[in-house]
Design a protein around this ligand. Structure first.
Ligand code: PBG
Length: 327
């Protein structure tokens, strides 16, 4: 390798157009999926306290945000639902007239070109807050599979372009794939939350989705944050079950996992920049301790640099604006 004075790394940093020319990682609105919280009731548009800039929105007011998302060039939204009632088996998740199903119909009517992704899980719909059906204090994996498959099917029947199972039940991708195929939806893709960790960074989301487990925690189904090799096995199993896109979640504290998944698998890779990651940036910037725009861009660029093709982020709308040069 050349050395100074023959080597001058700074030559490529001197002028902005040169820096721009040699930039290895770029982000654009097209890389983003914007998560939204759709709530039952009418005329609701309430900011979620721990997630400034994110809202609980009722179906009749969805157009306000959907118009914005479309105008900003964000290709896709990921829907979470807050149902009117919860029960032990999460009936609201697979009700053909459920909150997500209705919201999907409304959005597809409003903006047919916007890709709607349904999050498939029971935790927002169960009174105990777990992601599956319980049997005593145990989460019953195989009984849950059928309910997840019904949730996905009703979402797709309502017009969802893609489904994203996030409950971390073993076999969830396969169960959904089989059910979709059996009903003629063999062309609908599945984005598997393949390596989803039992993370404390989900705290603000659980306030937003009212999905905090009423007993215990999610460590019997979500991954131990200490494990990297196991994440590769999770991704491998999602691929084997038929996932079209795989995911690592959260993103910021797991970039080594993203990097390794990128190196190992030739599948499109999504990273979920989760609620706690978003809230930390918002809180510190509100306190005047960090500058939100450059810090956010740096973090999201790092997620892309580590290997993610797709970023699911609550910052998506702001990023799209910043990329256009708006404040
Ligand atoms: C549902 C689900 C969760 C998130 C996405 N889907 C919560 C959880 O697993 O507790 C978290 C998203 C975020 O924190 O932004 N299972």
């Amino acid at each position: 390798m050349l050395k100074h004075p023959d080597l001058r790394m700074r030559r490529l940093r001197e002028k902005a157009p040169v820096r721009d020319m040699v930039r290895e990682t770029r982000i654009s609105a097209a890389n983003f999926i914007y998560p939204m919280f759709v709530t039952c009731g009418e005329n609701i548009r309430e900011e979620i306290e721990p997630m400034p800039g994110c809202f609980h929105t009722s179906i009749d007011r969805l157009s306000e945000e959907i118009d914005e998302v479309v105008e900003l060039g964000i290709p896709s939204v990921l829907l979470f639902g807050l149902p009117p009632e919860k029960d032990a088996v999460g009936s609201g998740a697979y009700d053909p007239e459920g909150i997500i199903q209705e919201a999907t119909r409304t959005i597809k009517e409003m903006a047919p070109g916007l890709m709607v992704i349904g999050d498939v899980c029971l935790c927002e719909y169960t009174d105990h807050g777990h992601c599956g059906v319980i049997n005593g204090e145990k989460i019953d994996n195989d009984v849950t599979l059928e309910l997840l498959a019904r949730s996905a099917l009703t979402q797709v029947q309502a017009g969802a372009d893609m489904v994203a199972p996030s409950s971390m039940m073993d076999g969830q991708v396969r169960a959904i794939r089989e059910t979709l195929d059996a009903h003629g939806y063999e062309d609908t893709p599945i984005m598997g939350y393949a390596a989803k960790y039992a993370s404390s960074f989900y705290g603000p989301f659980r306030v937003a989705a009212d999905s905090t487990p009423q007993f215990g925690d999610r460590r019997s189904y979500q991954m131990d944050p200490a494990n990297r090799r196991m994440a590769m096995r999770e991704i491998e199993s999602d691929i084997a079950e038929g996932a079209d896109i795989v995911m690592v979640k959260p993103a910021m504290a797991y970039m080594d996992v993203i990097k390794e998944a990128r190196d190992r698998y030739d599948y499109p890779l999504a990273a979920y920049n989760v609620s706690g990651e978003y809230s930390m940036v918002k809180a510190a910037s509100r306190a005047g301790w960090i500058d939100e725009q450059p810090v956010t861009m740096e973090l999201l660029t790092a997620i892309r640099r580590s290997g993610a093709d797709i970023i699911i982020s609550y910052h998506a709308k702001e990023v799209a604006r910043w990329l256009r040069g708006e404040a």
